[in-house]
Design a protein around this ligand. Structure first.
Ligand code: ADP
Ligand code: ZN
Length: 207
């Protein structure tokens, strides 16, 4: 299976992807995670990427497409993969068509009000990448690895509104682009509630 998770920032793509790869042997490819790794490395590209991410803008298509192309050529993608955060522009989607044939696009659907609320309350583990709602972790420590949780620079109010604008303008048009392969799931419930119908859908697809 070759799957794209499409949805606004904060809609719950990453959490859903993590649940999916526990049950299905698919490579989880998160461009956001890849770019955060790149920033950590402190390279020249990493520094450029950091200032782009902090502003809520998108990393240039050429850079992003190259990184994803390289990643998709790795062995663990042979049995299928799940793209989380890519493509984010029509240009990226067009490039992807030339690299691989996508079966299904899952649209992760959440209201704008709920998105803003979730992003503002999101805390991220710098060590393992897990995310939590700040109300669920009173001591500010990761429930997986006990490390310190932080608020990502791009989860601060001004950047959040930029990211949502960027999503509407650049990424939402992909809903039309993929209309022949699109299935929509609400992520208004808990992670488990969100995952259940998706799992049932993917089991059928796999059969
Ligand atoms: P979220 O989905 O919560 O916005 P991500 O972790 O997916 O967060 O992405 C964080 C940032 O990384 C984006 O705001 C953008 O700057 C950059 N980024 C991630 N994926 C892409 C992409 N496909 N194209 C361009 N920039 C990207
Ligand atoms: Zn952790």
């Amino acid at each position: 299976m070759k799957i794209i998770l499409l949805g606004a920032p904060g809609s719950g793509k990453g959490t859903l992807a993590k649940n999916i790869v526990k049950d299905f042997s698919l490579a989880h490819i998160s461009t956001g995670d890849m770019f955060r790794e790149c920033v950590k490395s402190g390279s020249e590209l990493g520094n450029k990427v950091k200032s782009i991410m902090d502003s809520g803008a998108l990393v240039p298509d050429e850079v992003t497409i190259e990184i994803v192309k390289d990643r998709l050529s790795k062995d663990d993608c042979k049995n299928g993969f799940i793209l989380d955060g890519f493509p984010r522009t029509i240009k990226q989607a067009e490039a992807l068509e030339k690299i691989s044939q996508i079966d299904t696009v899952i649209l992760v659907d959440l209201s704008k009000e709920e998105i803003i609320e979730r992003l503002s309350a999101r805390r991220t583990c710098l060590k393992c990448g897990s995310t939590f709602n700040k109300n669920d972790v009173p001591n500010g420590k990761c429930l997986n690895c006990e490390s310190e949780l932080i608020q990502r620079d791009d989860d601060k109010p001004l950047t959040i509104s930029n990211r949502l604008e960027v999503y509407e303008k650049n990424t939402a048009p992909l809903i039309n682009f993929y209309s022949d392969r699109l299935v929509k799931f609400s992520s208004a419930g808990t992670p488990e509630e969100t995952y259940r119908p998706v799992k049932a859908f993917l089991k059928k697809l796999e059969a």
